[in-house]
Design a protein around this ligand. Sequence first.
Ligand SMILES: Cc1cc2nc3c(=O)[nH]c(=O)nc-3n(C[C@H](O)[C@H](O)[C@H](O)COP(=O)(O)O)c2cc1C
Length: 170
Amino acid sequence: MNVFDAIRTRRSIRKYLNKPVEREKLSKILEAARLSPSAANRQPWRFIVVTDQKIKEELRAAYDEDWFVSAPVIIVGCALPSEAWVRSDGEEYWKVDLAIAMQNLILEAWELGLGTCWIGAFREDEVKRILGIPDEVRVVALASLGYPAEEKGSVTKRKPLEEIVSYNYW
Ligand SMILES: Cc1cc2nc3c(=O)[nH]c(=O)nc-3n(C[C@H](O)[C@H](O)[C@H](O)COP(=O)(O)O)c2cc1C
């Protein structure tokens, strides 16, 4: 699968087979995150891989969905703002860095036949409490991960290029 095919066919998966994700696949997915670019190459990220069913159940307090808890793996994408690059006008880049790494991880998972769903609507305070994440760390994204138990077509519902691209000027 080439990069464009992965981008074109990837969909958010919210139903998973009750089948564990192999260690080698998990390592490769995390390697895709590790190799990601970041502003000034600061790599201000940490990833927590949750596989323990008891902890996943606890995470309901942060995001209460059966499909989320039933995913074999939950990846928690964390940022250390103190390690990240800050533009001269004060704009902080840790969220951008984490988003890039999470997307690489998601695309690599798809290439390996695994589905994910990016979750943004979680309660950060609960994730931090349950997983013992230090105060200064921010949780940017959760991603459920596992073998898909649903088939979805390629990406269709997107704005047309004419609506989102302009040349030279706004
Ligand atoms: C930043 C971000 C946050 C998201 N948060 C959630 C979420 O909290 N719950 C959920 O079910 N899906 C979430 N999604 C998945 C989107 O709903 C999904 O990507 C979008 O509808 C397009 O569908 P597709 O991924 O199948 O192409 C999120 C996606 C992104 C990129």
